[in-house]
Write a protein that binds this ligand. Structure first.
Ligand SMILES: NC(=O)c1ccc[n+]([C@@H]2O[C@H](COP(=O)([O-])OP(=O)(O)OC[C@H]3O[C@@H](n4cnc5c(N)ncnc54)[C@H](OP(=O)(O)O)[C@@H]3O)[C@@H](O)[C@H]2O)c1
Length: 135
């Protein structure tokens, strides 16, 4: 979460309606919050769009747009993405029901990998990984 905050603060975060509703305190502070929904609902502190295409059109001037989930939005945005910021966690949760999409490693070049052991805040080893799309 510290890395997520450091990367996204000052930028645009784009998310699905369910991910927005899972945020404990609503819109993320100090970021432009963009939410996708096909309903006509409004959410405080956000801009709402009914399609990925429209949302991205309104973000064209933004330096970097961070797609922050959930699964359906990751699926739709992956073919458009130039960079992936992943956190790999050495775990196989038994009850997972929402997944990041499969991606083809040969399309991506790893530019960063920082690995950390379990610590007081993280009960399992983890790695920060950045991948750039190979053009
Ligand atoms: N660990 C992580 O990194 C991470 C990150 C993000 C989310 N999550 C978890 O993932 C779960 C949510 O993921 P999810 O896949 O179920 O839902 P989601 O992608 O967050 O939201 C799905 C909803 O977004 C709207 N939507 C999606 N694509 C759209 C499009 N192209 N145009 C317009 N609206 C669109 C629809 O809302 P309407 O139904 O309102 O039309 C759809 O039902 C939550 O449990 C969240 O905590 C985890």
């Amino acid at each position: 979460m510290k890395r997520f905050k450091a990367l996204t603060t000052g930028h645009t975060v784009l998310m699905g309606r369910k991910t927005f509703e899972s945020l404990p305190k609503g819109a993320l502070p100090n970021r432009r919050n963009v939410v996708l929904t096909r309903s006509r609902k409004k959410f405080e502190g956000t801009e709402v769009f009914a399609s990925m295409e429209t949302a991205l059109k309104h973000c064209e001037a933004d330096e970097e747009v961070f797609v922050i989930g959930g699964s359906s939005v990751y699926n739709e945005a992956l073919p458009l993405a130039n960079r992936l910021y992943l956190t790999e966690v050495d775990d196989v949760p038994e009850k997972a029901d929402t997944y990041f999409p499969e991606y083809d490693k040969k399309d991506w070049h790893e530019t960063l990998r920082e690995s950390f052991p379990a610590d007081a805040d993280n009960e399992r080893p983890y790695s920060f990984v950045t991948l750039e799309r190979i053009r």
